[in-house]
Design a protein around this ligand. Structure first.
Ligand SMILES: [Zn+2]
Length: 393
């Protein structure tokens, strides 16, 4: 049984469906006239006036009246007030909590970070001490931006009901009601989300979602992550935590992944697997950073491994796009730029798209690369927090 992560006072602040639709449109597409908003959202002029009045009274939206030369009525232009809400976003890695404060537009106003407590004898990160670290991190951020309206926390793993960490991949957590614990310590509304889902939410409002209602996010770093947005809706929880895509076969004679598949995506692309293969070939421990240096120096093994990773990433992006039926894939994560820079990725995608001799349908994929830092991940958590505070999540 889980409890709601929203305090009663915050629930009152959540917007009606109509007001949320107007706010979301203004946030993602910029200022608009009442008339255009009404047309786009299919709302009558009377309803649009009422929604505008409510949002202006809430302080979320400002309205400017622009005279129209000649006869017509003046245009009423609505825009979001960026500082109307502020939310703290925290990204938890295996060792560190990264925090930011964002305004309504997702712009970062303050940053801070804190080390997580040392692991217990069983290898797990202690929950209560972690909640304390998060509360202290939020308190530090609050000294910089006092008017916090909520908190978004993201982490790798499986999250239920935007509250309970069913499986915290890098923390060793099982069934931890993190939202309730953080809310009790801070008194603020809290939303917990998978970290890649948070990036997908940020992209939906402020990135790929501005032009594509359906798109996929792939993250490459400490593990592979997947985010899915279909018809403007973020898929909250993947059925397989990304397993089916991460272990899709690329070549049957390739290196083994940790699960024993020959030449699956993870075997080529996952940082741990890549470092294991490089180390086995070198006869000593080799990190990804060292592998990249060796590739630059022309080392054959390093070229083979990194190009193999780039090909796997190309196959993965193409397969994901085909399954989702979207032309837009966002590649993100700390390691992604290393692989996307290899021509092998683009060549693989081009080869996958090459039509047969009698095929007339042509398709192009719009694959963007965004090498996120940990603060960018925290920003994704904050944007999810903003969406939560407004009632969109
Ligand atoms: Zn595998």
């Amino acid at each position: 049984m889980t409890t709601s992560s929203t305090a009663p006072s915050a629930a009152d602040a959540r917007l009606s469906t109509g007001a949320l639709a107007v706010t979301r449109h203004l946030l993602t597409h910029g200022p608009a006239t009442r008339g255009d908003l009404g047309d786009y959202l299919r709302v009558s002029p009377a309803s649009m006036s009422r929604l505008a009045r409510v949002l202006v009274e809430e302080g979320l939206v400002a309205e400017e009246v622009e005279p129209v030369p000649g006869v017509g009525r003046p245009r009423q232009i609505l825009s979001v007030v960026p500082g109307a809400r502020h939310v703290a976003g925290c990204k938890i890695t295996d060792t560190t909590a990264y925090g930011v404060v964002c305004d309504m537009l997702g712009d970062v106003k303050a940053t801070a970070r804190a080390a997580l407590p040392a692991r217990l004898a069983d290898g797990t990160v202690p929950v209560t001490a972690t909640v304390q670290v998060l509360a202290q991190l939020v308190a530090r951020l609050r000294r910089r931006v006092p008017s916090l309206d909520g908190i978004g926390v993201s982490l790798g793993g499986v999250v239920d009901n935007r509250s309970v960490v069913r499986e915290g991949t890098f923390l060793g957590w099982r069934d931890v009601d993190l939202a309730t614990a953080v809310r009790q310590r801070t008194g603020l509304p809290v939303v917990i989300t998978n970290d890649v889902t948070a990036l997908a939410r940020e992209q939906l409002w402020f990135g790929a979602g501005r032009t594509h209602a359906t798109f996929g996010v792939i993250t490459v770093g400490a593990g592979l992550g997947f985010g899915v947005v279909r018809e403007g809706q973020v898929v909250e929880q993947l059925i397989d935590n990304g397993h089916l895509l991460a272990h899709a076969p690329v070549d049957g004679h390739g290196p083994l992944c940790g699960l024993g598949h020959s030449g699956c995506v993870a075997a080529h692309l996952n940082r741990d697997d890549l470092e294991r293969h490089a180390s086995a070939r070198a006869g000593r421990q080799v990190t990804l950073a060292q592998l990249v240096e060796r590739r630059t120096a022309g080392d054959d093994t390093a070229i083979t491994l990194i190009d193999g990773a780039a090909r796997a990433l190309g196959h993965l992006a193409a397969t994901f796009a085909g399954a989702l039926q979207t032309t837009r894939i966002v590649l993100a994560g700390e390691d992604v730029a290393t692989f996307a820079a290899s021509p092998a990725m683009a060549e693989t995608v081009a080869d996958r798209l090459r039509p047969g001799p009698h095929e007339t349908q042509r398709c192009r994929l719009d694959i963007t690369v965004t090498p996120y830092t940990f603060n960018d991940w925290a920003q994704g958590a904050a944007v999810t927090g903003i969406q939560h505070v407004l009632g969109a999540v």
